[in-house]
Design a protein around this ligand. Structure first.
Ligand SMILES: Nc1ncnc2c1ncn2[C@@H]1O[C@H](COP(=O)(O)OP(=O)(O)OP(=O)(O)O)[C@@H](O)[C@H]1O
Length: 240
């Protein structure tokens, strides 16, 4: 069973951002990383994929990913960054091909999974924010890696596109180890297998979504909330 084991600390100069952040994730699991703005969530993903060099380790089945060269590491781990504006007027297909540099992966399969294969000749500069987000995921999928990291894949998306992406993650869960930063606690509650709550660079809570209580949320985010049960779904709402 594929397993990712992580223990990392990271500082920007004197400023410590991550303090002994440790967790493990198995294939078949979607781990959500949540926490307030500035908690260190994006920094954590950048450490895991090797954009930043943390102290500690990032091991996949015992293999230390951080000591591999980028092209070698790309066979094992992919990263979907927070959505930005495309830099080049590539076609949809060319853009996703970028993901295959290290592994020679399957562009058509990746584009079909996000429902964009029919649009492969369109320019990425003409896509909507939501469509571009799907392409960032397709580019990572084309890498064919076991681990996939995603940084807020549903930010800027309407409810329809957000659910499309969450359903896609649901489908990918069987074949990958998924670690996703999420701002929307309700999506984390209802889609993740486990949640890690990061606050000020430390893990403040981790566990199953069904175990997350309003006390934890209130303490970390400093707001009063209620967790309601709506036809079997747990929903967090602000308490007046
Ligand atoms: N290049 C940098 N140099 C110095 N400090 C940085 C740098 N990038 C981020 N930081 C600091 O690191 C801390 C964590 O930032 P990070 O982006 O990881 O937080 P986050 O939890 O992802 O926040 P958000 O939810 O707002 O995206 C913040 O205090 C931020 O100011």
């Amino acid at each position: 069973m594929d397993k990712l084991e992580v223990t990392v600390s990271f500082s920007y100069g004197e400023k410590q951002i991550l303090r002994d952040v440790a967790f493990s994730v198995k294939k078949g699991e979607l781990l959500a990383i949540v926490g307030p703005n500035g908690a260190g969530k994006s920094t954590l993903l950048k450490c895991l994929v090797g954009i930043l060099q943390p102290r500690g380790y990032v091991r996949l089945n015992g293999l230390e990913l951080l000591s591999l060269k980028p092209k070698e590491r790309a066979k094992y781990i992919s990263y979907v960054p927070q959505s930005s504006v495309p830099e080049f007027a590539f076609t949809v297909e060319e853009f996703v091909e970028l993901g295959t540099y290290a592994t020679g992966g399957d562009v058509e399969d990746a584009l079909r999974k996000v429902g964009m294969w029919e649009r492969r000749n369109e320019l990425v500069t003409k896509l909507s924010g939501g469509e571009y987000q799907l392409l960032l995921i397709a580019r990572a999928l084309a890498q064919g890696s076991t681990v996939m990291l995603l940084d807020e894949p549903t930010s800027h998306l309407d409810i329809n596109h957000a659910l499309q992406i969450m359903n896609l993650l649901d489908e990918l869960r069987g074949e990958k180890i998924l670690v996703s930063v999420m701002h929307d606690l309700n999506l984390a509650l209802n889609y993740a297998d486990r949640i890690v709550v990061l606050d000020n660079g430390r893990i403040r809570w981790s566990g199953k979504p069904s175990q997350l209580t309003s006390d934890v949320i209130e303490e970390v985010y400093g707001v009063k909330v209620k967790i309601a049960d709506v036809e079997g779904l747990r929903v967090i709402v602000a308490a007046k």
